[in-house]
Design a protein around this ligand. Structure first.
Ligand code: MG
Ligand code: ZN
Length: 219
């Protein structure tokens, strides 16, 4: 009984900060997206490429979540985008209070878009609202086409699914049925937009950029 009560209290504390973040972003008309995937799907590479490919059109700020190190933040810093690193010291997800602090450290007024790279974990981060305008799921073809069926939560809640590393499909190095992943994700979420991409070669990235630019305009 007591356990349940504590759980509820933690969740509502998170929701309180998430609501504050929603208001903070809405007052300034800023789009903020929460990128979620397992470790190694290519989130940081997607971010770095997106920032440099769109640098003449929009200004992007990044909040980097990691359990330890600032390796990813360094990679973002190399693009000259403003970045705030959050080390969760063991926690497997970001929480709304951490985003609230990070938003105060970013030059939000100068930005068109804030991208959050959540801690690498396909399950738990999807349960914690951060006050973002939408979630972006990333799944690389190296991970297997069964992931939407096996980990439905994140695919059900995301606005976009980026199917990354499609360059690995050439030459048959991995068995990944794009259509199966698309069908399973769409079954969970009729509205989800699915973009097969390679952040390494740039293939398909234009579709993701079009979606981003359109979403910024609508915010
Ligand atoms: Mg990363
Ligand atoms: Zn967690």
């Amino acid at each position: 009984m007591e356990k349940i009560d504590i759980g509820r209290k933690i969740l509502s504390e998170n929701e309180k900060y998430a609501f504050e973040n929603i208001m903070f972003l809405a007052e300034r008309g800023k789009l903020c997206l929460n990128m979620i995937s397992s470790p190694g799907s290519g989130k940081t590479t997607i971010l770095a490429r997106t920032i440099s490919d769109l640098k003449d059109k929009i200004k992007i700020g990044v909040i980097e979540g990691d359990i330890q190190t600032d390796i990813d933040a360094e990679r973002i810093r190399a693009t000259e985008a403003p970045v705030v690193q959050i080390n969760t010291e063991g926690a497997c997800h970001l929480s709304a209070v951490q985003i609230s602090d990070a938003l105060k450290k970013l030059p939000v007024e100068d930005l068109d878009l804030i991208l959050i790279e959540n801690v690498g974990n396909l399950v738990c981060p999807s349960a914690f609202a951060l006050g973002e305008n939408g979630k972006i799921a990333v799944l690389s073809v190296a991970e297997g086409d069964d992931k939407p069926a096996k980990y439905p939560g994140i695919f059900a809640k995301s606005k976009v699914l980026l199917l990354n590393k499609i360059d690995l499909l050439d030459g048959g190095h991995v068995d990944f049925d794009i259509e199966r992943a698309k069908t399973d994700a769409s079954r969970l979420n009729k509205a989800i937009e699915i973009f097969p991409i390679s952040a390494k070669t740039g293939e398909g990235m234009a579709n993701w950029y079009d979606w981003l630019l359109e979403s910024i305009q609508k915010t």
